[in-house]
Design a protein around this ligand. Structure first.
Ligand code: URA
Length: 214
Protein backbone atom coordinates (compact mmCIF):
# COMPACT_ATOMS: atom_id res chain seq x y z
CA UNK A 1 0.00 0.00 0.00
CA UNK A 2 1.22 3.49 -0.82
CA UNK A 3 0.92 6.03 1.99
CA UNK A 4 1.81 9.72 1.96
CA UNK A 5 4.13 10.71 4.80
CA UNK A 6 2.64 11.89 8.09
CA UNK A 7 4.53 15.13 7.53
CA UNK A 8 2.86 15.77 4.17
CA UNK A 9 -0.56 14.94 5.66
CA UNK A 10 0.05 17.28 8.62
CA UNK A 11 1.15 20.02 6.22
CA UNK A 12 -2.05 19.53 4.19
CA UNK A 13 -4.19 19.79 7.31
CA UNK A 14 -2.37 22.98 8.28
CA UNK A 15 -2.62 24.52 4.80
CA UNK A 16 -6.40 24.10 4.71
CA UNK A 17 -7.02 25.44 8.24
CA UNK A 18 -9.53 28.29 8.32
CA UNK A 19 -11.47 27.11 5.25
CA UNK A 20 -14.98 25.66 5.72
CA UNK A 21 -13.90 22.03 5.44
CA UNK A 22 -13.84 19.07 7.81
CA UNK A 23 -11.91 15.84 8.23
CA UNK A 24 -8.94 14.52 6.29
CA UNK A 25 -9.15 11.39 4.14
CA UNK A 26 -5.95 9.91 2.74
CA UNK A 27 -5.66 8.51 -0.75
CA UNK A 28 -5.65 4.74 -0.83
CA UNK A 29 -4.21 1.99 -3.00
CA UNK A 30 -1.20 -0.11 -3.94
CA UNK A 31 2.26 1.15 -4.93
CA UNK A 32 1.78 -0.08 -8.50
CA UNK A 33 -1.91 0.45 -9.26
CA UNK A 34 -3.53 -0.35 -12.61
CA UNK A 35 -4.99 3.18 -12.54
CA UNK A 36 -5.00 6.29 -10.39
CA UNK A 37 -8.48 7.80 -9.93
CA UNK A 38 -8.65 11.51 -9.15
CA UNK A 39 -11.95 12.76 -7.74
CA UNK A 40 -13.03 16.06 -6.29
CA UNK A 41 -13.09 15.89 -2.49
CA UNK A 42 -14.48 13.54 0.16
CA UNK A 43 -18.10 13.89 1.23
CA UNK A 44 -19.89 13.27 4.49
CA UNK A 45 -19.61 9.50 4.23
CA UNK A 46 -15.90 9.43 3.47
CA UNK A 47 -15.07 11.73 6.39
CA UNK A 48 -16.95 9.30 8.62
CA UNK A 49 -15.29 6.12 7.29
CA UNK A 50 -11.89 7.66 6.48
CA UNK A 51 -11.95 5.80 3.14
CA UNK A 52 -12.39 7.50 -0.27
CA UNK A 53 -15.55 6.82 -2.27
CA UNK A 54 -17.53 4.89 0.33
CA UNK A 55 -20.87 6.68 -0.19
CA UNK A 56 -23.40 6.54 -3.02
CA UNK A 57 -20.87 7.82 -5.59
CA UNK A 58 -18.46 5.15 -4.35
CA UNK A 59 -20.94 2.39 -5.06
CA UNK A 60 -21.37 3.71 -8.59
CA UNK A 61 -17.58 3.91 -9.02
CA UNK A 62 -17.06 0.34 -7.77
CA UNK A 63 -19.59 -0.87 -10.36
CA UNK A 64 -17.60 0.90 -13.11
CA UNK A 65 -14.37 -0.68 -11.90
CA UNK A 66 -16.03 -4.11 -11.75
CA UNK A 67 -17.25 -3.64 -15.34
CA UNK A 68 -13.60 -3.71 -16.48
CA UNK A 69 -12.53 -6.48 -14.12
CA UNK A 70 -10.99 -4.28 -11.43
CA UNK A 71 -11.75 -3.68 -7.78
CA UNK A 72 -10.82 -1.06 -5.18
CA UNK A 73 -7.65 -3.00 -4.29
CA UNK A 74 -6.29 -2.68 -7.86
CA UNK A 75 -6.40 1.11 -8.11
CA UNK A 76 -5.14 4.15 -6.23
CA UNK A 77 -8.02 6.45 -5.29
CA UNK A 78 -7.39 10.08 -4.45
CA UNK A 79 -8.83 13.53 -5.16
CA UNK A 80 -7.94 17.18 -5.67
CA UNK A 81 -8.84 18.01 -2.04
CA UNK A 82 -8.61 15.61 0.89
CA UNK A 83 -11.03 17.35 3.32
CA UNK A 84 -14.79 17.70 2.94
CA UNK A 85 -15.80 21.17 1.72
CA UNK A 86 -19.18 22.06 3.20
CA UNK A 87 -21.70 24.85 3.34
CA UNK A 88 -24.51 25.37 5.81
CA UNK A 89 -28.04 25.05 4.55
CA UNK A 90 -31.52 24.41 5.83
CA UNK A 91 -33.38 21.15 5.67
CA UNK A 92 -37.08 20.84 6.33
CA UNK A 93 -37.82 17.71 8.32
CA UNK A 94 -40.96 15.58 7.95
CA UNK A 95 -42.53 17.21 10.99
CA UNK A 96 -42.09 20.61 9.32
CA UNK A 97 -39.23 21.68 11.59
CA UNK A 98 -36.36 23.42 9.78
CA UNK A 99 -32.86 22.38 10.86
CA UNK A 100 -29.44 23.66 9.85
CA UNK A 101 -27.16 21.07 8.29
CA UNK A 102 -23.94 20.83 6.30
CA UNK A 103 -24.11 20.20 2.56
CA UNK A 104 -21.27 19.12 0.31
CA UNK A 105 -19.98 21.73 -2.13
CA UNK A 106 -17.26 21.86 -4.77
CA UNK A 107 -13.82 22.86 -3.45
CA UNK A 108 -12.57 26.38 -4.18
CA UNK A 109 -9.31 27.15 -5.99
CA UNK A 110 -7.65 28.09 -2.68
CA UNK A 111 -8.65 24.76 -1.15
CA UNK A 112 -7.33 22.93 -4.22
CA UNK A 113 -4.03 24.82 -3.88
CA UNK A 114 -3.87 23.96 -0.16
CA UNK A 115 -3.86 20.25 -0.97
CA UNK A 116 -2.00 20.43 -4.30
CA UNK A 117 1.32 19.26 -2.78
CA UNK A 118 -0.40 16.04 -1.67
CA UNK A 119 -1.74 15.11 -5.10
CA UNK A 120 1.53 16.20 -6.76
CA UNK A 121 3.49 13.87 -4.46
CA UNK A 122 1.13 10.96 -5.06
CA UNK A 123 1.45 11.38 -8.83
CA UNK A 124 5.24 11.73 -8.74
CA UNK A 125 5.76 8.78 -6.39
CA UNK A 126 3.29 6.38 -7.95
CA UNK A 127 3.67 7.47 -11.59
CA UNK A 128 0.52 5.57 -12.54
CA UNK A 129 0.20 4.15 -16.07
CA UNK A 130 -3.13 5.99 -16.50
CA UNK A 131 -4.70 8.76 -14.41
CA UNK A 132 -8.50 8.69 -14.64
CA UNK A 133 -9.98 12.06 -13.72
CA UNK A 134 -13.53 11.85 -12.37
CA UNK A 135 -15.37 15.08 -13.26
CA UNK A 136 -14.21 18.59 -14.06
CA UNK A 137 -12.52 19.35 -10.73
CA UNK A 138 -9.94 16.57 -11.06
CA UNK A 139 -9.50 17.18 -14.80
CA UNK A 140 -8.99 20.94 -14.46
CA UNK A 141 -6.66 20.51 -11.50
CA UNK A 142 -4.37 18.43 -13.70
CA UNK A 143 -4.67 20.00 -17.15
CA UNK A 144 -6.04 23.51 -16.57
CA UNK A 145 -9.33 25.41 -16.34
CA UNK A 146 -9.95 25.31 -20.10
CA UNK A 147 -10.43 21.53 -20.02
CA UNK A 148 -14.03 20.31 -20.01
CA UNK A 149 -15.07 16.75 -19.30
CA UNK A 150 -17.96 17.01 -21.77
CA UNK A 151 -15.43 17.62 -24.56
CA UNK A 152 -12.57 15.40 -23.47
CA UNK A 153 -14.21 12.37 -21.86
CA UNK A 154 -13.35 8.90 -23.05
CA UNK A 155 -10.15 9.84 -24.89
CA UNK A 156 -6.65 9.11 -23.62
CA UNK A 157 -4.40 12.18 -23.56
CA UNK A 158 -0.65 12.21 -23.18
CA UNK A 159 0.25 15.46 -21.50
CA UNK A 160 2.25 17.14 -18.74
CA UNK A 161 0.17 17.72 -15.59
CA UNK A 162 -0.04 20.85 -13.48
CA UNK A 163 1.96 20.80 -10.28
CA UNK A 164 1.97 23.52 -7.63
CA UNK A 165 5.10 25.65 -7.35
CA UNK A 166 5.00 27.16 -3.87
CA UNK A 167 7.77 29.67 -4.57
CA UNK A 168 6.11 30.97 -7.72
CA UNK A 169 2.63 30.59 -6.15
CA UNK A 170 1.46 29.12 -9.44
CA UNK A 171 0.62 25.84 -11.12
CA UNK A 172 3.27 24.79 -13.64
CA UNK A 173 3.43 22.00 -16.20
CA UNK A 174 5.38 18.92 -15.09
CA UNK A 175 8.50 17.86 -16.98
CA UNK A 176 7.19 14.34 -17.47
CA UNK A 177 4.18 13.42 -19.53
CA UNK A 178 1.33 11.38 -18.09
CA UNK A 179 -1.57 9.49 -19.61
CA UNK A 180 -4.84 11.11 -18.57
CA UNK A 181 -8.22 9.56 -19.26
CA UNK A 182 -11.03 11.99 -18.39
CA UNK A 183 -14.48 10.72 -17.52
CA UNK A 184 -17.50 11.91 -15.59
CA UNK A 185 -17.74 11.99 -11.81
CA UNK A 186 -19.68 8.91 -10.70
CA UNK A 187 -22.22 11.12 -8.86
CA UNK A 188 -23.04 13.05 -12.05
CA UNK A 189 -25.44 10.31 -13.16
CA UNK A 190 -27.62 11.02 -10.11
CA UNK A 191 -28.21 14.61 -11.23
CA UNK A 192 -27.99 14.03 -14.96
CA UNK A 193 -29.20 10.50 -15.89
CA UNK A 194 -28.39 10.80 -19.65
CA UNK A 195 -24.70 10.95 -18.67
CA UNK A 196 -24.87 7.28 -17.64
CA UNK A 197 -24.59 5.95 -21.20
CA UNK A 198 -21.62 8.23 -21.95
CA UNK A 199 -19.90 7.24 -18.72
CA UNK A 200 -20.40 3.54 -19.41
CA UNK A 201 -18.97 4.00 -22.91
CA UNK A 202 -15.90 5.66 -21.38
CA UNK A 203 -15.34 2.76 -19.00
CA UNK A 204 -15.67 0.26 -21.86
CA UNK A 205 -13.00 2.16 -23.78
CA UNK A 206 -10.80 2.33 -20.70
CA UNK A 207 -11.15 -1.44 -20.26
CA UNK A 208 -10.14 -1.95 -23.92
CA UNK A 209 -7.10 0.30 -23.44
CA UNK A 210 -5.97 -1.57 -20.35
CA UNK A 211 -6.47 -4.98 -21.83
CA UNK A 212 -4.79 -4.17 -25.14
CA UNK A 213 -1.76 -2.94 -23.17
CA UNK A 214 -1.26 -6.29 -21.47
N1 URA B 1 -16.27 12.35 -4.43
C1 URA B 1 -14.93 12.36 -4.46
O1 URA B 1 -14.32 13.01 -5.29
N2 URA B 1 -14.28 11.60 -3.56
C2 URA B 1 -14.89 10.85 -2.64
O2 URA B 1 -14.24 10.18 -1.86
C3 URA B 1 -16.30 10.87 -2.64
C4 URA B 1 -16.96 11.63 -3.54
Amino acid sequence: MYKISDELAANGIKRIEGFPVEGFVRGEGPNNPALMLVGEAPGENEVETGIPFTGRAGKELMASLASIGLSREDVYITSAVRSRPYKWGQKKQRNGEVVERKYNRAPTKKEIIAHAPILDTEIRDIHPPIIVTLGNVGLQRLVGPQAKVTQLHGVLMETPVLMWNEEAQAFEASENNYHIFPTFHPASVFYNPPVRALKEGDWRRLGDLLHSKK
